[in-house]
Ligand binder design. Structure first.
Ligand code: PLP
Length: 498
């Protein structure tokens, strides 16, 4: 299986190379050559999460050996890394409503599912490539990716990881998780500004040809752990199949029956994995794209106009506070039948004017599968509270955006299909919002989010993930704060290059 760039001006490459490069040299994103229904459900192995993962990885990583893939899967998904033996347990909450809990990994957000396995894939890719340069992973984070990447890559030989997080725009607990990160090869840096500023800074570093030459001469090559890397997306395809398998296994649906997946969306990575799952033959009815108040995606899916000309709001679901959803480019490439000319035009317009409009035909294709709406902070809190009252089940603000948007969908469309909401973070990662939703904003006022962990546990009898329970005892190890325009020079300094 080879991979093409969405911009059409770079050579196609094998899987190992896409995992190493992250971004294609023409600025595009790599997509697999063939995805139209080559996998059928009947071929999917019976068995557990790990077996489904190996099966799907082997299909997409044709240039990796079975031994390498099985080793990666075993090392990433086990009871030392994940607190739940199912890895991604599917919880039945009420008639036709399910939550797929994707947050039982070391950092309590769904990104662990990809970032626990990516280092093994990258390691294999480096060895295949016989490139002796040291890999430097650069990652911009809206809160969850950073910690998850740090946990995945810490102390991996031959790899250095640098994580940039927006000083304003991550929660207290997310920040605490990052600045207390251990590991001999890790660097954590706060950047003045929001996530888009931070991500733009990282993209500029990747597109800086002179810098890349300088790094290469010093023995380094850059790679990315952001969801633009195919190695991040691939592991996320697995849990859509796993959830479906669970539904048929539990007798909730007949094989072949269609299901909705509701995905709280930011950079469009998670939901894009769902799109690839459906291309591979998974019976998906609707992919419901749930946005927060930064509703660029909901507007786009409903109007065909992508318009980023607005200011970014810091919301209660900070990991979705994004105006430019990078992975959307892959979806557009797929639904236009790999028309890189149109992609180039739209992406250029986005840069030059801050917006673009897709043609009618593309919009119709988009709306066949995707449905989208958004929930603001007030509705988010309401969804947390209602879900707890009605089902005695605690959800975090990102997952709550999904719940609210599903309610809107069900109120408008007469759809008898069962729905799976992707639960993307533990409620203990965002205790400020969870506590406010359940008890109002005056009770437990002025108590730090870290302290609220125990209070929430006491009030709701819901177990606290191990890594969060120990967080407030960890010493701070990282204190750097820089301006976005200094990211380049700071990188050279960190790597001791002049
Ligand atoms: C990253 C993240 C999201 C958004 O996922 P995308 O793949 O960027 O769309 C949603 N919820 C949580 C908790 C996250 O960490």
């Amino acid at each position: 299986m080879r991979y093409y760039s969405t911009r059409g001006q770079a050579e196609s490459v094998p899987a190992a190379e896409t995992v190493l490069k992250g971004l294609a040299p023409d600025g595009g994103l790599y997509v697999p050559a063939e995805t139209t229904k080559p996998l059928t459900l009947e071929n999917l192995p019976a068995g557990n999460y790990q077996q489904i993962a190996s099966f799907i990885f082997k299909f997409f990583l044709a240039d990796f050996s079975s031994t390498d893939i099985e080793h990666a899967v075993r090392s990433a998904y086990n009871l030392e890394t994940f607190e739940h033996p199912a890895i991604a347990p599917l919880k039945h909450i009420s008639n036709k409503l399910y939550f797929l809990e994707l947050w039982h990994g070391p950092t309590c957000a769904f990104k662990d599912i990809a970032l626990q396995v990516l280092p093994y894939l990258l390691n294999t890719a480096v060895h295949k490539n016989s490139d002796m340069r040291k890999v430097v992973i650069l990652t911009a984070t809206s809160g969850d990716t950073g910690k998850s990447a740090l946990e995945g890559f810490r102390d991996v030989p031959g790899i250095k990881i640098i994580v940039y997080f927006p000083e304003k725009g991550v929660s207290e607990i997310q920040k605490q998780q990052m600045i207390t990160q251990e590991g001999s090869n890790v660097e954590v840096i706060a950047v003045q500004g929001n996530f888009d500023d931070t991500q733009t800074g990282v993209k500029q570093i990747f597109n800086d040809y002179i810098l890349s030459k300088q790094l290469s001469e010093a023995g380094y090559r850059l790679s990315s752990a952001n969801s633009i890397n195919w190695g991040r997306l691939l592991p996320q395809i697995v849990y859509y199949f796993y959830a479906y398998r669970e539904l048929t296994g539990q007798g909730a649906i007949k094989p072949g029956q269609r299901v909705n997946f509701v995905v709280p969306t930011g950079n469009f990575g998670n939901i894009l994995a769902g799109y690839y799952a459906s291309r591979l033959g998974l019976p998906v009815n609707r992919l419901i794209c749930a946005a927060n108040r930064n509703n660029v995606l909901a507007n786009f899916i409903n109007s065909g106009i992508y318009d980023r000309r607005r200011s970014l709001h810091i919301s209660l679901s900070p990991s979705m506070d994004i105006l430019v959803s990078s992975n959307l480019e892959r979806l557009l490439f797929e639904i236009t039948g790999h028309d890189s000319q149109r992609i180039n035009t739209w992406m250029k317009e986005l840069i030059n004017t801050g917006q673009y409009r897709i043609d009618r035909e593309t919009m119709i294709k988009l709306q066949e599968l995707f449905w989208s709406d958004y929930a603001d902070d007030e509705k988010t809190l309401q969804a947390i509270s209602e879900t707890y009252q009605n089902y005695n089940y605690l959800i975090d603000p990102h997952t709550a955006v999904g719940k609210k948007v599903l309610d809107n969908y069900m109120a408008r469309e007469n759809d008898p299909s069962p729905s799976v909401i992707l639960s993307t973070a533990s409620p203990y990662k965002f205790t400020g919002s969870t506590v406010r939703a359940l008890f109002g904003s005056s009770r437990f006022k002025d108590i730090s989010e870290l302290k609220l962990i125990n209070i929430l546990a006491g009030e709701t009898n819901t177990p606290v993930p191990k890594s969060l329970a120990e967080l407030d005892q960890k010493p701070v190890k990282h204190r750097q704060l820089i301006a976005p325009e200094d990211m380049r020079s700071q990188l050279l300094e960190t790597l001791k290059i002049d």
